[in-house]
Design a protein around this ligand. Structure first.
Ligand SMILES: *[C@@H]1O[C@H](CO)[C@@H](O)[C@H](O)[C@H]1NC(C)=O
Ligand SMILES: *[C@@H]1O[C@H](CO)[C@@H](O)[C@H](O)[C@H]1NC(C)=O
Ligand SMILES: *[C@@H]1O[C@H](CO)[C@@H](O)[C@H](O)[C@H]1NC(C)=O
Ligand SMILES: *[C@@H]1O[C@H](CO)[C@@H](O)[C@H](O)[C@H]1NC(C)=O
Length: 320
């Protein structure tokens, strides 16, 4: 009797083990992927070349690509001058988009047109519960401000070529963006000039506070001043995964051509934590290409960056 009982117990235990093993086997590959996309692909918007040459009419600075790759994303270039249909197809294939810095018009350019289309698609998608993150750096930040307000809301500032500490606002600690940053790095960001600014235009804090559209849309996470005008340096939308930094998180680790780019350990950590934050946002999106073939044809790996020499603001550039 006792022997049989023990045998049964053992048998049951073995079945339970077996069951547990099966459950974990079947769950592991599928369970996380239901909640997180560990193969995020992020679009980086191209822009017009200032003095175009044959085969060099649009470009992306390679530092934006490296920035996203460093945190576990792959990159697809978003070309200018595509049709609305092409942009819609691409939107449904990628998991987020980054609008880089640069020097084109944010009122009328191929960059502006594509940025507006993706911004509107992102707003619609997010309203439907399709989480699609958008990031704007420098010119991209300014583009977001103009798109959200529908106005040219920028003020001229003396900020072309200076690194600054961030003046964090009361809202920073409740932000999505900085929540995961180590306390030590937040200290350094507040006290050391770790953020590189290369812009002649800024979104003045006063402008944001007096513009209904901007004020209700964006939470201001940090500000800075050129000594005259206080401007918004980091922001995130309250209700959408839309983010802007007037400064350049990608430069600290990847650009060397200007003396005011900081490269200290904390400066380089800033690059990584910003990238990690945005790539994690893209991991919440489940768009994908129609086929593996479509995906591989779209990836930035199909292009080779060019070393642009010691005078350029960028070490390497992708030309299209
Ligand atoms: C431009 O690219 C095409 C196709 O890759 C190539 O055949 C052509 O030689 C290039 N032209 C120049 C001026 O580099
Ligand atoms: C985009 O279109 C504009 C206007 O037609 C044209 O001037 C420009 O060369 C095009 N650029 C690219 C990269 O296709
Ligand atoms: C602009 O700022 C720099 C310091 O970043 C300063 O040296 C320069 O005098 C300022 N220029 C003007 C016109 O205020
Ligand atoms: C932020 O907090 C400080 C200290 O609590 C307070 O003096 C200040 O008015 C607050 N600023 C805003 C914009 O709420």
């Amino acid at each position: 009797m006792a022997i049989i009982k023990r045998a049964t117990v053992c048998f049951t235990f073995r079945i339970m083990l077996l069951l547990l093993f099966c459950v974990s086997l079947s769950c592991l590959p599928f369970y996380p992927s239901a909640k997180r996309n560990d193969r995020p692909i992020i679009g980086v918007l191209a822009q017009e070349v200032y003095s175009p040459k044959p085969n060099q009419t649009a470009y992306i600075a390679a530092s934006y690509v490296k920035f996203l790759e460093s945190a576990g994303a792959r990159v697809v270039p978003v070309m200018i001058n595509q049709t609305l249909e092409e942009y819609k197809t691409l939107f449904n294939s990628i998991n987020g988009i980054l609008y880089p810095g640069g020097g084109v018009s944010i009122i009328s350019s191929g960059y502006q047109r594509a940025a507006k289309i993706f911004y509107e698609l992102a707003i619609e998608a997010n309203k439907r519960g399709d989480y699609f993150p958008v990031w704007g750096t420098c010119l991209g930040f300014e583009q977001l401000a103009v798109l959200t307000s529908g106005k040219t809301v920028l003020s001229s500032t003396n900020t072309s070529g200076v690194s600054l500490p961030l003046d964090f606002t009361n809202e920073t600690k409740d932000s999505r963006m900085f929540k995961g940053f180590p306390a030590e790095l937040m200290e350094d960001l507040a006290n050391e000039p770790l953020t590189e600014n290369s812009h002649k235009w800024s979104l003045a804090v006063l402008t944001l506070n007096t513009n209904e559209e901007l004020k209700k849309f964006y939470k201001v996470l940090s500000t800075n001043t050129d000594g005259k005008t206080e401007f918004v340096s980091t922001m995130e939308a309250y209700d959408y995964p839309i983010y802007g930094s007037q400064w350049h998180p990608e430069k600290n680790a990847f650009e060397w051509g200007r003396p005011y780019i900081p490269h200290s350990p904390s400066a380089v950590k800033t690059t990584f934590y910003m990238a990690e934050f945005f790539v994690n946002e893209a991991r919440k999106n489940f768009h994908r290409f129609e086929s593996e073939d479509e995906e591989s044809k779209a990836l930035i790996y199909n292009y080779n960056p060019v070393y642009s020499g010691p005078k350029s603001a960028f070490e390497q550039i992708y030309f299209f």
